[in-house]
Design a protein around this ligand. Structure first.
Ligand code: IPM
Ligand code: MN
Length: 334
């Protein structure tokens, strides 16, 4: 039927409501996407947490998935399913564009940077143990392979989207070996991309500078190890209005999963109050990834128009609209 099948993980809490908005808007925009809902509740195979084989088959077959928020336990319990998904499909690059939304007022109105986060190892390797009572060790694992592929991805991305500079963000003054390796490999890969300028910056300095004035970051793609990217991307999201407004894509060689980075917001789940914008913007990244640029553009401008108009926005943005009223307004603006 000329449609592309996409696996859909609606997620926990507000996940189903915001997924519904995406489905409604895609339908109204005639986006050639057929949703294949999948359940990723963990199963245990040989005592190891895994996502269900049917879900793995679906994403493997469709190459692309859209994902709502999945609740992650704090300090105990199973490994975050979010991470299990990233690891299962080897989604090595996490792309987080951070661009001001015209018409939505924040102290900064011209942010336009991109963060690329290593997505499979580092502090997220999950290798932790108690040495003796009161002493624990968490291992930050850094491998040449993972550094090379995410760095090469970042340079290629910069070249493709026309950002002239790649900046590696690190703390190699302290993490001399792990971040030192990341930084050395960045310098090596930079030689493969003579048209892309390369430099580096310490993480703490980058935090200070980006909140003082984000403008110098606008021509750059920032690339960094896993945990730094987790933190710095939330900080950059804060510059443009928070996690309700920022998309994210987990990219692998074969499959990719596009997701909203915010949590499942159990306190407002089921009440029709959630803001679906982050999931929508992630679905637009997904359409671009699939080469469906016209549909991406059409939906994106309807969202921006709705946000700029400001009469039908959700509570988190200072409005009064219900989730479905906002989605209806976007549909009217298509
Ligand atoms: C993110 C999230 C995840 C992370 C959580 C939910 C496991 O904060 O995508 O940034 O820490 O990577
Ligand atoms: Mn995060």
């Amino acid at each position: 039927d000329g449609k592309y099948t996409v696996s859909l993980i609606e997620g926990d809490g507000i996940g189903p409501e915001i997924s519904q908005s995406v489905k409604d808007i895609f339908h109204a925009a005639n986006a050639p996407v057929k949703w294949e809902p999948i359940d990723v509740s963990p199963v245990f195979i040989d005592g190891k947490q895994s996502i269900p084989p049917d879900a793995i088959d679906s994403i493997t077959r469709n190459f692309v998935a859209l994902k709502g928020p999945l609740a992650t336990p704090v300090g105990k319990g199973h490994v975050s399913l979010n991470l299990t998904l990233r690891r299962t499909f080897n989604l090595f690059a996490n792309v987080r564009p951070c661009k001001s939304i015209q018409g939505y007022k924040t102290p900064y109105d011209n942010v336009d940077t991109v963060l690329i986060r290593e997505n499979t190892e580092g502090e997220y390797s999950g290798i932790e143990h108690v040495v003796v009572d009161g002493v624990v060790q968490s291992i930050k694992l850094i491998t040449r392979d993972a550094c090379e592929r995410v760095l090469r991805f970042a340079f290629q991305y910069a070249q493709d989207v026309g950002k002239p500079k790649v900046r590696a963000v690190h703390k190699a003054t302290i993490m001399k070996m792990s971040d030192g390796l990341f930084l050395r490999i960045a310098q090596e890969i930079a030689k493969e991309y003579p048209n892309v300028e390369f430099d580096s910056e310490l993480l703490d300095n980058a935090c200070l500078r980006v909140v003082s004035d984000p403008t110098p970051y606008n021509d750059k793609v920032l690339v960094m190890p896993n945990l730094y990217g987790d933190i710095l991307s939330d900080m950059c999201a804060g510059l443009i209005g928070g996690l309700g407004l920022t998309p994210s894509g987990n990219i692998g060689d074969k499959c990719s999963i596009f997701e909203a980075v915010h949590g499942s917001a159990p306190d407002i789940a089921g009440k029709g109050l959630a803001n679906p914008t982050a999931l929508l913007l992630s679905s637009i990244m997904m359409l671009q990834h699939m080469g469906l640029y016209e549909h991406a553009e059409k939906i994106q401008s309807a969202i921006f128009k709705t946000l700029a108009d400001g009469t039908t926005i959700t509570g988190d943005l200072g409005g009064k609209a219900k989730t479905h009223e906002y989605a209806d307004a976007v549909i009217k603006n298509l």
